[in-house]
Design a protein around this ligand. Structure first.
Ligand SMILES: [Zn+2]
Length: 165
C-alpha cells in the first residue's frame, strides 16, 4: 500500500478487522517512512452469493438489479437517495450474513427482507414493488398482505368520510 502522505511503499499493519457481514477487511496501517497512519479496505473475494429461486435454480445475488427495482418503485416518492443507499447496504449486509455458511439465500427470504424494509420506508413503494416484482410466493399471499396493509391504513384514519364539497 502506498502511503497517502509521503508516497512511501512500505507499511506495517497495526490492526485488521472484518465488517459485520464478513465481506470487507479493514486494515489500519502505518507508513514505515513517515509513521503516517491510514486505513485500507479490501473486499473479500469468495464464492459469490447465490439466490435460490423457487424452482431450485440459482442466480447470482445482484444488488444492482435489486436497486433498479427499488428505485423504480420509489419513483416520484418523497424518499431521499441516502435513505435508499442505506437500505441497500442493509440488504447487502443482511444477505451476506444469511448466506455466510453456504453462500446461498432463498429468494423468498430476500424478497421478504426487501418488502419489510420498503414497507417501513414508503408504503406506496412497497405496494408497487410487491405487485410488479411478484416477490410473493403466490397471489393469495399477496392479496392477504394487501388486505392487512389496507386494514392498517384504515385504522390510521379513513379518507372515505371526507365531507363532500
Ligand atoms: Zn509515509
Amino acid at each position: 500500500m502506498r502511503c497517502p502522505h509521503c508516497g512511501g511503499a512500505e507499511d506495517r499493519v497495526i490492526e485488521s478487522r472484518e465488517n459485520a457481514s464478513g465481506t470487507t477487511i479493514r486494515r489500519r496501517r502505518e507508513c514505515l517512512a513517515c509513521s503516517y497512519r491510514f486505513t485500507s479496505y479490501e473486499r473479500i473475494e469468495e464464492k459469490p452469493l447465490m439466490v435460490v429461486k423457487r424452482d431450485g435454480r440459482r442466480e447470482p445475488f445482484d444488488l444492482k438489479k435489486l436497486e433498479r427495482g427499488i428505485q423504480k418503485s420509489l419513483e416520484k416518492r418523497p424518499v431521499s437517495q441516502s435513505r435508499v443507499e442505506e437500505m441497500l447496504h442493509e440488504i447487502e449486509d443482511e444477505s451476506a450474513i444469511i448466506g455466510k455458511a453456504n453462500r446461498e439465500i432463498p429468494g423468498k427470504q430476500l424478497g421478504e427482507m426487501v418488502l419489510a424494509k420498503l414497507f417501513a420506508l414508503d408504503r406506496v413503494a412497497y405496494v408497487r414493488f410487491a405487485s410488479v416484482y411478484r416477490m410473493f410466493e403466490n397471489v393469495e399471499a399477496f392479496v392477504k398482505e394487501i388486505e392487512k396493509l389496507s386494514r392498517n391504513l384504515g385504522e390510521e384514519g379513513s379518507e372515505s368520510h371526507k365531507p363532500a364539497d
